[in-house]
Design a protein around this ligand. Structure first.
Ligand SMILES: N[C@@H](CCC(=O)OP(=O)(O)O)C(=O)O
Length: 463
Protein backbone atom coordinates (compact mmCIF):
# COMPACT_ATOMS: atom_id res chain seq x y z
CA UNK A 1 0.00 0.00 0.00
CA UNK A 2 1.46 3.36 -0.97
CA UNK A 3 0.75 6.32 1.24
CA UNK A 4 -2.21 8.31 -0.06
CA UNK A 5 -1.82 11.87 -1.41
CA UNK A 6 -3.31 13.08 1.88
CA UNK A 7 -0.55 11.22 3.74
CA UNK A 8 2.07 13.00 1.65
CA UNK A 9 0.34 16.39 1.93
CA UNK A 10 0.69 16.64 5.67
CA UNK A 11 4.40 15.95 5.46
CA UNK A 12 4.81 19.73 5.27
CA UNK A 13 3.53 20.36 8.74
CA UNK A 14 5.54 17.43 10.09
CA UNK A 15 8.69 19.44 9.70
CA UNK A 16 7.40 21.70 12.45
CA UNK A 17 7.78 18.85 14.90
CA UNK A 18 11.15 17.60 13.75
CA UNK A 19 13.96 18.12 16.15
CA UNK A 20 11.51 18.32 19.05
CA UNK A 21 11.32 15.70 21.79
CA UNK A 22 9.48 12.47 21.01
CA UNK A 23 5.85 12.56 22.06
CA UNK A 24 3.73 9.70 23.34
CA UNK A 25 0.34 9.81 21.65
CA UNK A 26 -2.61 7.56 22.53
CA UNK A 27 -5.32 7.43 19.86
CA UNK A 28 -8.73 5.99 20.76
CA UNK A 29 -11.09 4.94 17.99
CA UNK A 30 -14.70 4.05 18.81
CA UNK A 31 -16.84 1.45 17.10
CA UNK A 32 -18.61 4.00 14.91
CA UNK A 33 -15.22 5.02 13.50
CA UNK A 34 -14.30 1.43 12.72
CA UNK A 35 -17.37 -0.13 11.19
CA UNK A 36 -20.54 1.03 9.51
CA UNK A 37 -23.38 1.19 12.00
CA UNK A 38 -25.88 -0.35 9.59
CA UNK A 39 -23.94 -2.78 7.41
CA UNK A 40 -21.21 -3.45 10.02
CA UNK A 41 -18.66 -3.40 7.21
CA UNK A 42 -15.25 -2.06 8.25
CA UNK A 43 -14.66 1.57 7.25
CA UNK A 44 -11.57 0.67 5.27
CA UNK A 45 -10.60 4.09 3.96
CA UNK A 46 -10.91 5.56 7.44
CA UNK A 47 -8.83 2.77 8.99
CA UNK A 48 -6.20 3.05 6.25
CA UNK A 49 -5.96 6.76 6.76
CA UNK A 50 -5.53 6.26 10.52
CA UNK A 51 -2.79 3.72 9.82
CA UNK A 52 -0.98 6.20 7.58
CA UNK A 53 -1.20 8.88 10.25
CA UNK A 54 0.02 6.58 13.03
CA UNK A 55 2.91 5.29 10.92
CA UNK A 56 3.92 8.76 9.94
CA UNK A 57 3.96 9.86 13.57
CA UNK A 58 6.04 6.79 14.41
CA UNK A 59 8.51 7.45 11.66
CA UNK A 60 8.83 10.99 12.89
CA UNK A 61 10.09 9.54 16.16
CA UNK A 62 6.90 9.66 18.22
CA UNK A 63 5.42 6.79 20.23
CA UNK A 64 1.90 5.77 19.26
CA UNK A 65 -0.64 3.57 21.06
CA UNK A 66 -3.95 2.74 19.44
CA UNK A 67 -6.97 1.92 21.61
CA UNK A 68 -9.39 0.25 19.24
CA UNK A 69 -13.00 -0.69 19.86
CA UNK A 70 -14.82 -2.66 17.18
CA UNK A 71 -14.57 -6.32 18.21
CA UNK A 72 -18.29 -6.46 18.81
CA UNK A 73 -19.22 -4.40 15.76
CA UNK A 74 -17.02 -6.40 13.39
CA UNK A 75 -18.33 -9.57 15.03
CA UNK A 76 -21.88 -8.77 13.95
CA UNK A 77 -20.78 -8.99 10.32
CA UNK A 78 -18.81 -12.14 10.97
CA UNK A 79 -21.76 -13.88 12.61
CA UNK A 80 -24.30 -12.26 10.32
CA UNK A 81 -26.44 -11.02 13.19
CA UNK A 82 -28.13 -7.66 13.59
CA UNK A 83 -28.00 -6.76 17.24
CA UNK A 84 -25.07 -6.26 19.56
CA UNK A 85 -24.78 -9.39 21.75
CA UNK A 86 -24.48 -8.73 25.46
CA UNK A 87 -21.63 -11.08 26.26
CA UNK A 88 -19.86 -11.65 23.00
CA UNK A 89 -16.85 -10.07 21.37
CA UNK A 90 -16.69 -12.50 18.49
CA UNK A 91 -14.24 -10.73 16.31
CA UNK A 92 -11.28 -9.45 18.30
CA UNK A 93 -9.15 -11.75 16.14
CA UNK A 94 -10.71 -10.29 12.98
CA UNK A 95 -10.24 -6.77 14.25
CA UNK A 96 -6.58 -7.27 15.07
CA UNK A 97 -6.05 -9.10 11.76
CA UNK A 98 -7.54 -6.12 9.97
CA UNK A 99 -5.26 -3.66 11.77
CA UNK A 100 -2.23 -5.93 11.37
CA UNK A 101 -2.91 -6.28 7.64
CA UNK A 102 -3.13 -2.54 7.14
CA UNK A 103 -0.09 -1.71 9.28
CA UNK A 104 1.80 -4.50 7.55
CA UNK A 105 1.39 -2.66 4.25
CA UNK A 106 3.62 0.05 5.68
CA UNK A 107 5.90 -2.47 7.43
CA UNK A 108 4.81 -1.28 10.85
CA UNK A 109 4.76 -3.99 13.55
CA UNK A 110 1.87 -3.95 16.00
CA UNK A 111 1.10 -5.84 19.21
CA UNK A 112 -2.29 -6.74 20.62
CA UNK A 113 -2.83 -5.79 24.28
CA UNK A 114 -6.08 -6.99 25.87
CA UNK A 115 -6.78 -5.74 29.38
CA UNK A 116 -9.34 -6.04 32.16
CA UNK A 117 -9.26 -4.16 35.45
CA UNK A 118 -8.06 -7.39 37.04
CA UNK A 119 -4.86 -7.10 35.05
CA UNK A 120 -3.96 -3.89 36.84
CA UNK A 121 -5.63 -4.53 40.23
CA UNK A 122 -2.34 -5.52 41.77
CA UNK A 123 0.42 -2.90 41.85
CA UNK A 124 2.99 -5.31 40.45
CA UNK A 125 0.69 -6.25 37.58
CA UNK A 126 0.01 -2.57 36.88
CA UNK A 127 3.73 -1.89 36.73
CA UNK A 128 4.21 -4.96 34.53
CA UNK A 129 1.62 -3.65 32.11
CA UNK A 130 3.27 -0.25 32.15
CA UNK A 131 6.70 -1.83 31.53
CA UNK A 132 5.29 -3.90 28.68
CA UNK A 133 3.98 -0.76 26.98
CA UNK A 134 7.33 0.93 27.50
CA UNK A 135 9.17 -2.00 25.99
CA UNK A 136 6.86 -2.28 22.98
CA UNK A 137 7.18 1.43 22.33
CA UNK A 138 10.96 1.31 22.66
CA UNK A 139 10.94 -1.39 19.96
CA UNK A 140 8.99 0.93 17.63
CA UNK A 141 5.92 -1.30 17.89
CA UNK A 142 2.42 0.20 17.96
CA UNK A 143 0.40 -1.49 20.73
CA UNK A 144 -3.28 -1.96 19.85
CA UNK A 145 -5.35 -2.06 23.03
CA UNK A 146 -8.88 -3.25 23.70
CA UNK A 147 -10.82 -4.45 26.70
CA UNK A 148 -10.58 -8.22 27.03
CA UNK A 149 -14.32 -8.66 26.52
CA UNK A 150 -14.15 -12.44 26.73
CA UNK A 151 -13.08 -12.30 30.37
CA UNK A 152 -14.49 -8.99 31.50
CA UNK A 153 -17.51 -9.54 33.69
CA UNK A 154 -19.01 -6.39 35.21
CA UNK A 155 -16.86 -6.42 38.34
CA UNK A 156 -13.60 -6.25 36.42
CA UNK A 157 -14.71 -4.17 33.43
CA UNK A 158 -13.35 -0.80 32.45
CA UNK A 159 -16.78 -0.61 30.84
CA UNK A 160 -15.85 1.55 27.89
CA UNK A 161 -12.78 2.19 25.86
CA UNK A 162 -12.78 5.94 26.53
CA UNK A 163 -11.95 5.13 30.16
CA UNK A 164 -9.51 2.40 29.14
CA UNK A 165 -7.71 4.81 26.82
CA UNK A 166 -7.40 7.41 29.61
CA UNK A 167 -5.99 4.82 32.01
CA UNK A 168 -3.58 3.67 29.29
CA UNK A 169 -2.54 7.27 28.63
CA UNK A 170 -1.93 7.81 32.36
CA UNK A 171 -0.02 4.54 32.65
CA UNK A 172 2.42 5.46 29.87
CA UNK A 173 2.67 9.16 30.85
CA UNK A 174 1.36 10.12 27.43
CA UNK A 175 1.60 13.66 26.13
CA UNK A 176 -1.65 13.39 24.17
CA UNK A 177 -4.84 11.38 24.26
CA UNK A 178 -6.94 11.69 21.11
CA UNK A 179 -10.56 10.64 21.57
CA UNK A 180 -11.52 10.27 17.92
CA UNK A 181 -15.23 10.43 17.39
CA UNK A 182 -18.01 11.33 14.98
CA UNK A 183 -18.19 15.02 15.83
CA UNK A 184 -15.67 17.82 15.38
CA UNK A 185 -15.54 18.97 18.98
CA UNK A 186 -17.67 20.06 21.92
CA UNK A 187 -20.07 22.92 21.32
CA UNK A 188 -21.64 25.46 23.64
CA UNK A 189 -24.97 24.08 22.52
CA UNK A 190 -26.40 21.75 19.91
CA UNK A 191 -25.53 23.49 16.63
CA UNK A 192 -28.38 21.72 14.85
CA UNK A 193 -30.99 23.31 17.04
CA UNK A 194 -28.95 26.37 18.05
CA UNK A 195 -27.28 27.93 15.01
CA UNK A 196 -25.36 30.30 17.28
CA UNK A 197 -23.67 27.38 19.06
CA UNK A 198 -19.93 27.85 19.20
CA UNK A 199 -17.19 25.26 19.19
CA UNK A 200 -15.35 24.99 22.49
CA UNK A 201 -11.69 24.97 21.72
CA UNK A 202 -10.11 24.86 25.15
CA UNK A 203 -11.38 23.46 28.45
CA UNK A 204 -9.30 24.32 31.48
CA UNK A 205 -11.21 22.27 34.03
CA UNK A 206 -13.42 19.45 32.85
CA UNK A 207 -15.11 19.11 36.23
CA UNK A 208 -16.82 22.47 35.70
CA UNK A 209 -18.52 21.32 32.51
CA UNK A 210 -21.93 19.75 32.71
CA UNK A 211 -22.48 17.22 30.01
CA UNK A 212 -25.64 16.43 28.10
CA UNK A 213 -25.63 12.66 28.54
CA UNK A 214 -28.57 12.20 26.20
CA UNK A 215 -26.09 11.54 23.42
CA UNK A 216 -25.13 8.03 24.34
CA UNK A 217 -22.81 7.15 21.51
CA UNK A 218 -23.19 4.63 18.73
CA UNK A 219 -25.56 1.68 18.85
CA UNK A 220 -22.64 -0.75 18.84
CA UNK A 221 -20.27 0.91 21.28
CA UNK A 222 -20.53 1.46 25.00
CA UNK A 223 -19.16 4.97 25.26
CA UNK A 224 -20.67 8.33 24.44
CA UNK A 225 -20.25 11.91 25.44
CA UNK A 226 -20.25 11.30 29.18
CA UNK A 227 -17.49 8.68 29.03
CA UNK A 228 -15.37 11.05 26.92
CA UNK A 229 -15.57 13.67 29.63
CA UNK A 230 -14.75 11.08 32.27
CA UNK A 231 -11.77 10.05 30.17
CA UNK A 232 -10.71 13.68 29.80
CA UNK A 233 -10.93 14.16 33.58
CA UNK A 234 -8.82 11.08 34.23
CA UNK A 235 -6.22 11.78 31.59
CA UNK A 236 -5.79 15.48 32.37
CA UNK A 237 -5.31 14.63 36.05
CA UNK A 238 -2.34 12.54 34.94
CA UNK A 239 -0.96 15.46 32.94
CA UNK A 240 -2.17 14.27 29.53
CA UNK A 241 -3.49 16.85 27.04
CA UNK A 242 -6.76 15.36 25.85
CA UNK A 243 -8.32 16.09 22.49
CA UNK A 244 -11.75 15.38 21.07
CA UNK A 245 -11.87 15.56 17.29
CA UNK A 246 -13.49 13.97 14.28
CA UNK A 247 -12.25 10.50 13.41
CA UNK A 248 -13.06 10.61 9.71
CA UNK A 249 -9.97 12.72 9.00
CA UNK A 250 -7.24 11.03 11.03
CA UNK A 251 -4.52 13.28 9.62
CA UNK A 252 -6.10 16.01 11.73
CA UNK A 253 -4.14 14.48 14.59
CA UNK A 254 -1.04 15.61 12.91
CA UNK A 255 -2.13 19.19 12.42
CA UNK A 256 -3.55 19.46 15.93
CA UNK A 257 -0.35 18.19 17.55
CA UNK A 258 1.75 20.51 15.44
CA UNK A 259 -0.54 23.41 16.37
CA UNK A 260 -0.48 22.71 20.11
CA UNK A 261 3.27 22.13 20.11
CA UNK A 262 3.69 25.48 18.39
CA UNK A 263 1.56 27.10 21.12
CA UNK A 264 3.78 25.61 23.79
CA UNK A 265 6.60 27.75 22.49
CA UNK A 266 4.40 30.68 23.50
CA UNK A 267 4.16 29.44 27.11
CA UNK A 268 2.66 26.49 28.96
CA UNK A 269 -0.95 25.72 28.11
CA UNK A 270 -1.29 28.78 25.89
CA UNK A 271 -4.71 29.49 24.58
CA UNK A 272 -5.81 31.08 21.35
CA UNK A 273 -6.71 34.74 21.70
CA UNK A 274 -10.39 34.22 21.12
CA UNK A 275 -13.39 35.51 23.02
CA UNK A 276 -14.41 33.81 26.24
CA UNK A 277 -17.90 32.53 26.75
CA UNK A 278 -19.67 35.17 28.75
CA UNK A 279 -21.74 32.78 30.79
CA UNK A 280 -25.16 34.00 29.67
CA UNK A 281 -26.43 30.43 29.35
CA UNK A 282 -24.67 28.35 31.95
CA UNK A 283 -27.42 25.76 32.21
CA UNK A 284 -27.62 22.49 30.43
CA UNK A 285 -29.41 22.39 27.11
CA UNK A 286 -30.30 18.86 26.07
CA UNK A 287 -29.89 17.67 22.53
CA UNK A 288 -33.01 16.36 20.90
CA UNK A 289 -31.81 12.93 19.77
CA UNK A 290 -29.27 10.40 20.86
CA UNK A 291 -27.85 9.79 17.42
CA UNK A 292 -24.13 9.20 17.32
CA UNK A 293 -23.96 11.99 14.74
CA UNK A 294 -25.10 14.53 17.26
CA UNK A 295 -22.54 17.10 18.17
CA UNK A 296 -21.42 16.99 21.75
CA UNK A 297 -23.30 19.65 23.59
CA UNK A 298 -22.02 21.13 26.80
CA UNK A 299 -22.74 23.97 29.08
CA UNK A 300 -19.44 25.40 30.16
CA UNK A 301 -19.09 27.60 33.17
CA UNK A 302 -17.93 31.04 32.15
CA UNK A 303 -14.27 31.15 32.99
CA UNK A 304 -13.22 27.64 32.15
CA UNK A 305 -13.68 27.27 28.43
CA UNK A 306 -12.69 29.26 25.43
CA UNK A 307 -14.81 29.14 22.33
CA UNK A 308 -14.01 30.08 18.80
CA UNK A 309 -16.09 32.81 17.29
CA UNK A 310 -18.05 31.79 14.14
CA UNK A 311 -15.19 33.24 12.10
CA UNK A 312 -12.18 31.43 13.51
CA UNK A 313 -9.32 33.64 14.63
CA UNK A 314 -6.45 31.30 15.32
CA UNK A 315 -3.74 32.65 17.59
CA UNK A 316 -0.93 30.61 16.08
CA UNK A 317 0.11 30.76 12.48
CA UNK A 318 -0.41 27.05 11.98
CA UNK A 319 -3.78 26.08 10.53
CA UNK A 320 -5.63 23.60 12.71
CA UNK A 321 -8.85 21.65 12.36
CA UNK A 322 -11.72 21.94 14.79
CA UNK A 323 -11.11 20.11 18.04
CA UNK A 324 -11.60 20.53 21.78
CA UNK A 325 -8.49 20.55 23.91
CA UNK A 326 -8.65 19.68 27.60
CA UNK A 327 -5.65 21.19 29.32
CA UNK A 328 -3.56 18.87 31.48
CA UNK A 329 -3.45 19.64 35.19
CA UNK A 330 -0.31 21.67 35.87
CA UNK A 331 0.97 19.05 38.32
CA UNK A 332 0.32 15.50 37.20
CA UNK A 333 -1.07 13.13 39.81
CA UNK A 334 1.63 10.80 41.18
CA UNK A 335 1.57 7.49 39.35
CA UNK A 336 0.70 5.55 42.52
CA UNK A 337 -2.24 7.87 43.30
CA UNK A 338 -3.44 7.71 39.67
CA UNK A 339 -3.44 3.93 39.94
CA UNK A 340 -5.33 3.91 43.27
CA UNK A 341 -7.90 6.44 42.06
CA UNK A 342 -8.48 5.25 38.52
CA UNK A 343 -6.93 1.84 38.03
CA UNK A 344 -8.79 0.04 40.81
CA UNK A 345 -12.49 -0.70 41.12
CA UNK A 346 -13.79 -0.01 44.65
CA UNK A 347 -15.42 -2.96 46.43
CA UNK A 348 -17.24 -1.01 49.14
CA UNK A 349 -17.30 2.29 51.01
CA UNK A 350 -15.61 3.39 54.21
CA UNK A 351 -17.29 6.42 55.81
CA UNK A 352 -14.83 8.72 57.56
CA UNK A 353 -15.45 11.79 59.70
CA UNK A 354 -14.31 15.28 58.84
CA UNK A 355 -11.39 15.10 61.26
CA UNK A 356 -10.00 12.03 59.54
CA UNK A 357 -10.51 13.62 56.12
CA UNK A 358 -8.61 16.69 57.27
CA UNK A 359 -5.72 14.55 58.55
CA UNK A 360 -5.60 12.48 55.38
CA UNK A 361 -5.54 15.49 53.09
CA UNK A 362 -3.24 17.89 54.89
CA UNK A 363 0.26 18.51 53.61
CA UNK A 364 1.93 16.10 56.04
CA UNK A 365 -0.66 13.48 55.21
CA UNK A 366 -1.57 10.92 57.91
CA UNK A 367 -2.83 7.34 57.59
CA UNK A 368 -6.47 6.39 58.23
CA UNK A 369 -6.97 5.29 61.85
CA UNK A 370 -10.00 3.27 63.07
CA UNK A 371 -11.06 6.17 65.30
CA UNK A 372 -11.87 8.27 62.22
CA UNK A 373 -14.11 5.63 60.64
CA UNK A 374 -17.85 6.00 61.21
CA UNK A 375 -19.34 3.24 59.07
CA UNK A 376 -18.59 0.68 56.40
CA UNK A 377 -20.66 -0.62 53.47
CA UNK A 378 -20.12 -3.51 51.08
CA UNK A 379 -18.03 -6.64 51.40
CA UNK A 380 -14.32 -6.50 50.77
CA UNK A 381 -11.12 -8.21 51.80
CA UNK A 382 -7.80 -6.88 53.08
CA UNK A 383 -5.81 -5.07 50.39
CA UNK A 384 -8.85 -4.34 48.24
CA UNK A 385 -9.78 -0.85 47.10
CA UNK A 386 -12.65 1.03 48.72
CA UNK A 387 -14.41 4.29 48.12
CA UNK A 388 -13.96 6.94 50.82
CA UNK A 389 -16.96 9.08 51.82
CA UNK A 390 -16.94 11.98 54.28
CA UNK A 391 -19.69 12.24 56.89
CA UNK A 392 -20.66 14.69 59.58
CA UNK A 393 -21.44 13.17 62.97
CA UNK A 394 -24.74 14.52 64.31
CA UNK A 395 -24.74 12.77 67.69
CA UNK A 396 -26.00 9.49 69.08
CA UNK A 397 -23.97 7.53 66.52
CA UNK A 398 -25.93 9.16 63.68
CA UNK A 399 -24.30 10.95 60.77
CA UNK A 400 -25.08 12.63 57.46
CA UNK A 401 -23.07 11.94 54.34
CA UNK A 402 -21.46 15.19 53.26
CA UNK A 403 -19.36 13.99 50.32
CA UNK A 404 -20.15 10.52 49.00
CA UNK A 405 -16.96 10.05 46.97
CA UNK A 406 -13.79 11.89 47.92
CA UNK A 407 -11.16 9.28 47.16
CA UNK A 408 -10.02 5.69 47.35
CA UNK A 409 -8.04 3.59 49.80
CA UNK A 410 -6.35 0.23 49.79
CA UNK A 411 -7.34 -1.18 53.17
CA UNK A 412 -5.40 -3.26 55.69
CA UNK A 413 -8.60 -4.76 57.11
CA UNK A 414 -11.64 -6.46 55.59
CA UNK A 415 -15.14 -4.97 55.78
CA UNK A 416 -16.02 -7.34 58.65
CA UNK A 417 -12.91 -6.36 60.58
CA UNK A 418 -13.48 -2.64 60.02
CA UNK A 419 -17.05 -2.98 61.29
CA UNK A 420 -15.59 -4.30 64.58
CA UNK A 421 -12.80 -1.77 65.11
CA UNK A 422 -14.28 1.45 63.69
CA UNK A 423 -14.50 4.35 66.10
CA UNK A 424 -11.94 2.70 68.42
CA UNK A 425 -8.38 3.58 69.37
CA UNK A 426 -5.80 1.54 67.45
CA UNK A 427 -4.47 0.19 70.74
CA UNK A 428 -7.72 -1.83 71.03
CA UNK A 429 -7.38 -3.62 67.68
CA UNK A 430 -5.56 -6.59 69.16
CA UNK A 431 -8.18 -6.99 71.87
CA UNK A 432 -11.14 -6.59 69.46
CA UNK A 433 -9.84 -8.82 66.68
CA UNK A 434 -7.38 -11.03 68.46
CA UNK A 435 -4.71 -9.89 66.03
CA UNK A 436 -3.67 -6.64 64.38
CA UNK A 437 -4.07 -6.61 60.62
CA UNK A 438 -1.32 -6.50 58.07
CA UNK A 439 2.23 -6.32 59.24
CA UNK A 440 4.43 -3.69 57.70
CA UNK A 441 8.01 -2.86 58.63
CA UNK A 442 7.82 -5.54 61.28
CA UNK A 443 4.96 -3.89 63.19
CA UNK A 444 1.25 -4.65 63.32
CA UNK A 445 -0.84 -2.09 61.51
CA UNK A 446 -2.59 0.54 63.56
CA UNK A 447 -4.01 1.96 60.35
CA UNK A 448 -7.11 1.03 58.37
CA UNK A 449 -5.13 2.33 55.38
CA UNK A 450 -1.56 3.59 55.15
CA UNK A 451 -1.18 7.16 53.97
CA UNK A 452 0.44 6.17 50.66
CA UNK A 453 -2.52 3.84 50.09
CA UNK A 454 -5.08 6.65 50.16
CA UNK A 455 -5.68 9.04 47.26
CA UNK A 456 -8.14 11.87 46.76
CA UNK A 457 -9.92 13.38 43.79
CA UNK A 458 -9.44 16.85 45.20
CA UNK A 459 -6.05 17.69 43.78
CA UNK A 460 -5.10 20.02 46.62
CA UNK A 461 -5.07 16.98 48.84
CA UNK A 462 -2.44 15.29 46.69
CA UNK A 463 -0.09 18.20 46.10
N1 LIG B 1 -14.52 -3.64 23.70
C1 LIG B 1 -15.65 -3.29 22.84
C2 LIG B 1 -15.79 -1.80 22.71
C3 LIG B 1 -16.41 -1.12 23.86
C4 LIG B 1 -16.50 0.40 23.64
O1 LIG B 1 -16.11 1.18 24.50
O2 LIG B 1 -17.00 0.81 22.45
P1 LIG B 1 -16.98 2.35 21.93
O3 LIG B 1 -17.95 3.13 22.76
O4 LIG B 1 -17.43 2.27 20.51
O5 LIG B 1 -15.59 2.87 22.06
C5 LIG B 1 -15.42 -3.79 21.41
O6 LIG B 1 -14.27 -4.01 21.02
O7 LIG B 1 -16.40 -3.90 20.67
Amino acid sequence: MNPSPEFNRFAGSLTNMKGKRALTIVIKLGTSSICDEKTHDPLLSNLSSLVETAVRLRRDGHRVILVSSGAIGIGLKRLDIEKRPKHLAAAQCRLIALWDGLFQQLRQPVAQVLLTRNDIADRTQYLNASNTFAELLSMDIIPIVNENDTLAVNEIKFGDNDTLSAITAGMVNADYLFLMTDVDCLYTNNPRTHPDAQPIEVVEDVSTLRVDVSSTGSALGTGGMATKLTAARLATSAGVTTIITRSSIPSNIFHIVAYIQSLKGAGPNSQPQTPSITGTSPTLTPTTTSSADDPMTLSPLPSTATSRSPTPQPAASLPHPLHTRFLPKPRALRDRYFWILHGLAPHGTVYIDEGAYGALTRRDKAGLLPVGVVDVAGTFAQQEAVNLAVVQRIGGGAYVVKRPEVGRALVNYSSTEIARIMGQQSSRIQELLGYAGLIRNGADSEYIAYRDNTAFFDRKAEE
